[in-house]
Design a binder for this molecule. Structure first.
Ligand SMILES: [Zn+2]
Length: 259
């Protein structure tokens, strides 16, 4: 049974910490749940499934970043999904899994066409992940999240057009908003990922956020920074405080376009 509602201590942890699971904790989780054994061909056997060391390492990182997402309140319950390239395969969280409690057996391995190779049924958002990888060769990881302030803009169907924080201006510019499409649909996959040609993140109307990075950590950082930009934007626009936006010259310098 998946643990969806965290304990009181976990609530405190989610609100106040940014620290990922320790590597020892991850290792213990892997060992406890998978009991891997490495044979002379450098192939790991856990519970009848054979994985290379490369796959096992990628699964450990995916579990760690998924836990960081849950702890940062970037997703809740069984919402959100996460994937990464691993050689010629793609690892993705399984359907109806909680990103805060993933174990190796919750991660699906699919080929480049999205066909299941091993593990559980993949996330229902597998099509949007596959379409994202098809947009740019440099995309190595994709994260779909349900963070609260991004969802405010998603419900408003508004792009996030704020040049107020340097790291967001550098990495995002204006974050586009794709209008609502039915979750898991091919239409959502094709229309949402078109924005990734020129953006690292895109708001999914009435839904959440899609972020693409060169690896899992970069996709996580984009997801986390976009949520903070949405939060700061919302708060400053609904306060009596003045707002100082960057000038075009400052924007150009931040983006390295003034050389
Ligand atoms: Zn979703």
């Amino acid at each position: 049974m998946l643990q969806i509602t965290p304990s009181a201590n976990q609530h405190i942890s989610r609100a106040k910490t940014f620290a990922p699971q320790s590597q020892q904790t991850i290792n213990n989780t892997i060992q406890h749940n998978a009991d891997p054994q490495i044979n002379s061909n450098n192939v790991v056997n856990f519970r009848g499934l054979f994985h290379t060391n490369q796959t096992l390492k990628a699964k450990k990182e995916l579990i760690q970043v998924a836990k960081m997402m849950f702890d940062r309140n970037l997703t809740a319950g069984t919402g959100g999904n996460i994937s990464c390239k691993c050689g010629d395969k793609i690892l993705i969280s399984g359907t109806k899994t909680c990103l805060g409690t993933l174990t190796p057996k919750d991660i699906s391995v699919v080929d480049k066409t999205g066909k299941l190779i091993s593990g559980p049924q993949p996330s229902s958002e597998l099509p949007v992940h596959m379409a994202a990888y098809a947009q740019r060769d440099d995309i190595g990881a994709v994260i779909h999240s349900h963070s609260p302030y991004i969802r405010v803009y998603a419900v408003a169907n508004q792009p996030l057009a704020e040049d107020i924080l340097p790291e967001c201006t550098k990495n995002f510019g204006t974050i586009p908003c794709e209008p609502y499409h039915f979750p898991g649909s091919d239409e959502l996959a094709s229309e949402t990922t078109k924005h990734l040609k020129n953006n690292n993140v895109v708001i999914m109307g009435n839904h959440g956020l899609l972020a693409a990075g060169k690896d899992l950590m970069q996709a996580f950082k984009f997801t986390d920074a976009a949520e903070q930009l949405a939060q700061v934007s919302y708060l400053v626009n609904h306060s009596n405080l003045p707002k100082n936006s960057f000038t075009p010259e400052q924007v150009a310098k931040i983006r390295g376009q003034n050389k």
